[in-house]
Design a protein around this ligand. Structure first.
Ligand code: ZN
Length: 281
């Protein structure tokens, strides 16, 4: 047992060494100086208030505002050493390497800007740069809703309500992209007419390269959301699973929920990658 633990610690240390070697001479963009918790709260508050009842909003906000971890030169070592899962440590190492524009741990690994796991959102400093229609913090926080059980944040569970939000498995990215785009639109617009105009602008020039998402579908959802008072409800409704008849039928259609294979995790085979790093190290 002790020997196994030591071998495991050695693997992670080797991963840290390899990450430092690859990142040498590279730097990431500036980390926001302001209080991260209040910055996160500002970004996610409209979404939480639009999606949850008044009685539930404060508990959801309290969980989400503390959920963001910025992966930086200063934090990457402890993130790698302390994460429970080898695959995630490997993925987060790549997230960091991508943010400093260094070589990744595998030549075919995807460049990422964020990773959402249960109630934790890992983002790179570039997630805080202002974009017209993109907000990675909102995107990753939106994934928390379908990854996190109600009881985890202190809300009661019922027979039909186990997760913060039920999102159809294949619509999870559609949901997250729609949320981040809509969040930017309501932040920028000062009137209902301006919301619709911005949604039209977005629809004319959708730039989503994620192959799991139909950009036209996202544009359509955002357009519909921008046309009503509470667009968050539209986004949720259009990404929710079809109405379920019984608990049994629902459980057969829900894939393993605890860790979602979203864009942020589409990295080939992380545990094998970790082995490869260690062999080279
Ligand atoms: Zn995503």
């Amino acid at each position: 047992m002790e020997g196994g633990k030591q071998a495991h610690a050695d693997l992670r240390s080797a991963l840290v060494r390899e990450v430092k070697r690859l990142a040498e001479g590279h730097t990431h963009s500036r980390v926001p100086q302001s209080d991260l918790i209040s910055l996160t709260r500002t970004k996610i508050e409209p979404m939480v208030r639009g999606l949850f009842s008044r009685a539930e909003q404060e508990l959801v906000l309290a969980a989400l505002e503390k959920s963001v971890v910025v992966v930086t030169q200063e934090s990457i070592e402890s993130i790698i050493l302390e994460h429970d899962h080898d695959g995630s440590a490997w993925t987060l190492a790549n997230l960091y390497l991508g943010s400093v524009d260094a070589g990744l741990l595998a030549h075919d690994a995807e460049r990422l800007v964020g990773l959402s796991e249960e109630t934790t959102c890992y983002v790179t400093p570039e997630a805080f740069q202002e974009e017209p229609f993109a907000d990675f913090v909102v995107h990753e926080a939106a994934h928390v809703f379908h990854n996190c059980k109600r009881r985890t944040v202190g809300l009661p569970e019922t027979r039909t309500k186990e997760w913060l939000l039920d999102i159809e498995y294949r619509k999870r990215e559609t949901f997250a992209y729609s949320c981040e785009t809509y969040a930017r639109i309501i932040d920028r617009a000062t009137s209902a007419a301006e919301r619709r105009a911005l949604a039209e602008d977005y629809g004319r020039d959708v730039r989503i390269t994620d192959e799991r998402v139909d950009p036209d579908e996202v544009a359509g959802i955002v357009m519909e959301a921008a046309s009503v008072r509470n667009g968050w409800k539209i986004i949720h409704a259009r990404c929710a699973p079809p109405r379920r008849v019984t608990r049994t039928s629902a459980s057969t259609t829900r894939p393993s929920p605890t860790r979602s294979p979203i864009r942020e995790r589409a990295l080939g085979d992380p545990p094998l990658g970790l082995t490869a790093v260690v062999e080279r190290a």
